[in-house]
Design a protein around this ligand. Structure first.
Ligand SMILES: [Fe+2]
Ligand SMILES: [Fe+2]
Length: 163
């Protein structure tokens, strides 16, 4: 849906982490370490959800389980492997992964219920949308000012240029 090119996941992840680091100082009461950790890990499941052989495709596990569940499960076992990882922190981190799509209809089994999860959801959504907009503009036909109908945005997008 966004950043769909080699290196795109890393670019998105670093961008989300940088914005979250900025926002952790901007809003009061944010656990900055938790927010940045969630930002860095939120899409980690995509590494196993997707495969690349000339084009991107979903793996069987990806189609069946999805990157939110896969990421949460992965983080869970890594936390357990560390030994002594605070149980509450683990739950908060997993909550951020599972809720980052924001709504049940977008594949999140839980909607964001902590300040860090709410911020992460909006930041990652904004980053995805800004990238998708830029990509749509790059794909504009020569001389075109409006994009084709965008399924992601459910609208036509404007280049900002008048005739
Ligand atoms: Fe995601
Ligand atoms: Fe994301």
């Amino acid at each position: 849906m966004h950043h769909d090119y080699i290196g795109g996941l890393l670019e998105h992840t670093v961008s989300v982490a940088e914005i979250c680091r900025f926002l952790s100082a901007h809003y009061e009461g944010v656990d900055g370490d938790l927010l940045v950790a969630g930002a860095l890990l939120h899409d980690i499941g995509k590494v196993e959800e997707l495969a690349y052989e000339g084009t991107f495709d979903y793996t069987d596990e990806g189609r069946l389980l999805g990157h939110l569940y896969m990421g949460a499960e992965w983080i869970s076992s890594e936390c357990d492997g560390l030994g002594g990882f605070p149980p509450g922190k683990k739950i908060l981190l997993k909550h951020m992964i599972l809720s980052h799509h924001g709504e049940l209809e977008y594949g999140s089994p839980k909607r964001p219920k902590t300040l860090e999860a709410i911020i992460l959801h909006f930041v990652e959504n904004m980053d995805a949308k800004a990238n998708a907009f830029t990509e749509a503009m790059a794909d504009l036909r020569e001389g075109a000012r409006w994009t084709e109908y965008s399924r992601m945005f459910e609208r036509y997008l404007f280049s900002g240029k008048f005739e």
